[in-house]
Design a protein. Structure first.
Length: 144
C-alpha cells in the first residue's frame, strides 16, 4: 500500500530536455495539509554537459544537501518533502511548510558548518497542495 515513504520515479521531457521526477505518494503523517499550507521551492541551478542533467560531482553535493535538509526538517516536523525534479540544468525540491521562520531556522541548523550550497528559496501559498497534487495525479502509481 502506498504511503509517505513510497516514492514514484518518473521520466518526462520538457523543452527537449529529459527530466527525472521523484514524487512522494503521500505526505508524512505529521504534515497535515491544513497546517502546512505554504510551498517552499528550493532551486539549485547548475551547468550541464549532458542534456541538462548534473555531473556526478554536482549530483553528490545535491544528494548531501537533500539528506541534510530531509533529516533536519522532517525530523523537527517543520516541513515535508513531496517532490524533486532534476533536469533542464536545475534540481528543484518542493517542501510543504507550516511556518517560514521556523523552517528557515531549521534549514540554517541543518546547513551549519557546510560549504555554501548554490540554492535559492521561494515561498508561496498553496493551502490545497495544488502544485504537488497536479504532478501526483499525472504520474502512474509505483509499480506500473
Amino acid at each position: 500500500m502506498p504511503g509517505p515513504d513510497t516514492w514514484i520515479v518518473a521520466k518526462a521531457e520538457r523543452e527537449g530536455m529529459p527530466h527525472v521526477l521523484r514524487i512522494r505518494e503521500g505526505a508524512p503523517e505529521f504534515a497535515e495539509q491544513a497546517q502546512f499550507g505554504q510551498l517552499l521551492v528550493v532551486e539549485w541551478k547548475y551547468e550541464s554537459q549532458s542534456a541538462g542533467m548534473p555531473a556526478a560531482e554536482v549530483l553528490q553535493r545535491m544528494d548531501r544537501f537533500e539528506e541534510l535538509l530531509l533529516e533536519q526538517l522532517e525530523g523537527e516536523r517543520v516541513a515535508a518533502l513531496v517532490l524533486i525534479v532534476t533536469g533542464g540544468n536545475a534540481r528543484i525540491w518542493h517542501w510543504y511548510i507550516r511556518n517560514p521562520a521556523e523552517t528557515m531556522a531549521a534549514v540554517n541548523r541543518a546547513l551549519a558548518g557546510e560549504e555554501v550550497f548554490p540554492v535559492e528559496f521561494l515561498r508561496q501559498d498553496d493551502p490545497a497542495w495544488e502544485a504537488y497534487l497536479r504532478v501526483l495525479r499525472a504520474t502512474p502509481p509505483s509499480g506500473e
